[in-house]
Design a protein around this ligand. Structure first.
Ligand SMILES: C[S@@+](CC[C@H](N)C(=O)[O-])C[C@H]1O[C@@H](n2cnc3c(N)ncnc32)[C@H](O)[C@@H]1O
Length: 200
């Protein structure tokens, strides 16, 4: 699998990069002020991002189908309260978490709509999706192939908004003050969507 082949270079390439820093700033901005005791990180990769975002008390469920990525993740998350699930998210079984996180992973799913449909019942309090807007300059190969599918995945969350309205107000917002990626970055633009469900 592609991710097995590049796993060893993933963190060394990104750890000190501007791209990783901006991604983390962006995600931290979105999560600020939210109370999150548990997170399901879909396509967790090496776990480096979720490790930076949460402390050792947060219960982390890390879903990752690449064995090589998973082995690095176990190393990175040593000492953290985490459960590794070595599986494709389309078929993985996982418990409820307050937050469902997709950090640069939704593009890579074979069926993002299915993953969201399955994950939203009974439903996390928050869904945070960060992805790169793919342009003709994309260097991400297969990750750029799912534009239409991603739109339909977003729609799934939007439709749940109506479904959950009886008990919940589902807010879709881009928080004020969230840092934006520097437009000059060759890796295109980062789009982050935060959905939060609050008892009305
Ligand atoms: C670009 S990396 C993102 C890793 C990490 N979330 C980050 O922000 O650095 C994409 C990850 O998605 C994983 N992935 C690909 N297909 C997947 C699937 N069907 N279910 C879950 N994860 C998947 C890959 O193995 C890879 O680790």
């Amino acid at each position: 699998m592609f991710w097995d082949a590049i796993a060893q270079e993933y963190d060394p390439n990104l750890d000190n990069s501007q791209q990783r820093k901006l991604l983390l700033d962006h995600l931290r901005g979105a999560l600020e002020g939210l109370e999150i005791g548990s997170v399901t990180d879909v396509g967790s990769g090496t776990g480096a991002v979720v490790k930076e975002l949460f402390d050792k008390k947060t219960r982390i469920t890390a879903i990752e189908p690449s064995l090589q990525m998973m082995s690095l993740l176990k190393n990175n998350l040593r000492g953290y309260n985490y459960e590794p699930i070595y599986a494709f998210a389309e078929i993985a079984e996982y418990a409820y978490s307050d937050l469902l996180l997709f950090s640069l992973s939704i593009n890579w799913l074979s069926d993002p709509t299915l993953v969201l449909t399955r994950s939203l019942v009974p439903g996390p309090k928050y869904v945070l999706i960060a992805r790169q807007k793919v342009s003709h300059r994309s260097n991400l190969g297969a990750g750029s192939a799912h534009r239409a599918q991603i739109q339909s995945a977003y729609k799934v969350v939007d439709e749940k908004q109506i479904l959950f309205n009886a008990n919940y107000a589902l807010l879709h917002e881009r928080k004020e003050g969230m840092p934006r990626l520097d437009g000059s970055l060759s890796a295109d633009t980062l789009i982050t969507r935060l959905y939060s469900k609050q008892v009305s």
